[in-house]
Design a protein around this ligand. Structure first.
Ligand code: FAD
Length: 388
């Protein structure tokens, strides 16, 4: 690559793509983000911003806004679904902040996405641009969109999520695999809880299913619940379907009376299939690279899918800066080498779904304590990688 500062195209303005756009533009790169939707919407979902993510948020100077918006739970108990017995309790709040060097927040995904996308330089995001094709030569990539328009870039970052078109162009069509579980999701006003007192953040378990409940706003005026429940098949083409409180009641039959009352208070229930992919044989080729769900989608059971997309984005930018733009291929190799182990470990942990259930898998230090800007870099694999 001859250019001093390569032109970078990011496909997808989700959580990973937005983080990459902010960090790259701050590092002086010319960045264009191509997003298929016409505008961003506040879709009903909560998200955990664990300390490893908050270190990236601090770096891009949105920590204060996130603290003002999101909720900081004091603790996170894990409870037996039927009896309510505490199986494990993690202390969060100030203790977690001191231990890990950044706070632990829970927030509405829409609010988080709004804060992130507002930090992208004006004019960098191009809406209504669904990628449909990508031609690459040794030095340049040409992106093709559904409206017939095209764009050129020296580096293309595929941050286009679970059904990534960039992944498909690199590796051929292959649908993600239904994991056999669904997640019911509902975000609703806390005023609907009546006399029911909620804990800050809690996960209730039984052998093959669970429900997680937490506040998503600093003022505690909005609650989020999300399950993981086996369901033999998912045949709908849609990425989610409407659900009902009755359906959730059936799914969590036998759960503690507090959960039954919580279900009674919930509103606007939706149901999402939890999808997975086999480990990809490559993370990119030439000047094309993947990050986040496009690369390693996972069950949400460690609440780390977005966290891994955000860490990927930060590591990719770190490698570009450390190696320098004249060795783009080497920077991408270094990125892959420094992400594949951690994302695979989190993917496998999410699949097992034992994380923080009881003392047998009760130490979160390796996840929360990680600092993507400070971690010692591992060298690239001998013999090169996809980018060689
Ligand atoms: P996305 O956020 O999915 O963004 C992809 C973007 O690309 C979208 O904006 C999309 O419109 C765009 N796009 C797609 N195709 C194209 C195209 N062809 N052209 C242009 N644009 C395109 N993670 C956590 O860290 N914590 C949690 O608590 C958590 N809870 C979850 C609960 C559930 C039930 C589920 C299902 C997931 C949860 N996750 C959680 C996971 C998290 O939501 C994802 O891992 C994360 O959003 C992935 O980020 P991404 O940037 O890779 O992709």
């Amino acid at each position: 690559m001859k250019r001093i500062r390569p032109r970078i195209a990011i496909v997808g303005a989700g959580l990973g793509g937005a983080t990459a756009a902010i960090l790259l533009s701050r590092a002086g790169y010319a960045v264009s983000v191509y997003e298929q939707t016409a505008a961003f919407a506040r879709v009903g979902a909560g998200i955990h911003l664990t300390p490893n993510v908050m270190k990236v948020m601090r770096h891009i100077e949105v920590e204060r806004r996130l603290r003002e918006t999101g909720f900081e739970p004091a603790n996170w108990p894990s409870r037996d679904g039927a009896t309510g017995e505490v199986l494990l309790e993690i202390t969060l709040g100030r203790v977690a902040e001191e231990r890990y060097g950044a706070p632990y927040l829970t927030v509405h995904r829409g609010d988080f996405h709004d804060i992130l996308t507002n930090a992208i330089p004006p004019g960098a995001v191009h809406f209504n641009k669904r990628l449909v094709g990508l031609d690459t030569t040794e030095t340049i990539a040409r992106l093709k969109f559904h409206d017939g328009t095209e764009a050129e870039a020296d580096l293309v970052i595929g941050a286009d999520g679970l059904n990534s078109k960039v992944r498909e162009i690199l590796l051929g069509p292959e649908k993600p695999r239904y994991s056999g579980s669904v997640a019911h999701r509902s975000a609703f006003p806390a005023s609907l809880l009546g006399e029911l007192r909620l804990e800050d953040c809690v996960k209730w378990w039984s052998p093959d299913r669970h429900v997680v409940v937490y506040y998503v706003t600093r003022s505690r005026n909005e609650v989020y619940l999300v399950t993981g429940v086996p369901e033999p098949e998912w045949t709908a083409e849609a990425s989610w379907l409407p659900s009902t409180t009755n359906e959730l009641r059936r799914a969590l039959e036998g759960y503690h009376p507090d959960i039954q009352r919580l279900i009674g208070a919930s509103q606007a229930m939706t149901k999402w299939p939890l999808m997975e992919r086999k480990r990809l044989p490559l993370w990119g080729r030439g000047g094309v690279v993947l990050l986040g769900d496009a690369c390693h989608p996972m069950k949400p059971h460690m609440a780390q899918g977005a966290a891994m997309a955000i860490e990927d984005a930060a590591m990719l930018v770190r490698c570009l800066i450390e190696v320098g733009a004249n060795s783009l291929g080497y920077a991408l190799e270094l990125y892959e080498a420094n992400r594949i182990g951690r994302t695979t470990r989190v993917q496998q942990g999410s699949q097992r779904n034992t994380w923080l259930r009881d003392p047998s898998d009760g130490n979160p230090d390796w996840v929360f304590g990680y600092d993507v800007f400070d971690a010692a870099l591992v060298p690239t694999a001998a013999g090169g990688s996809s980018f060689g």
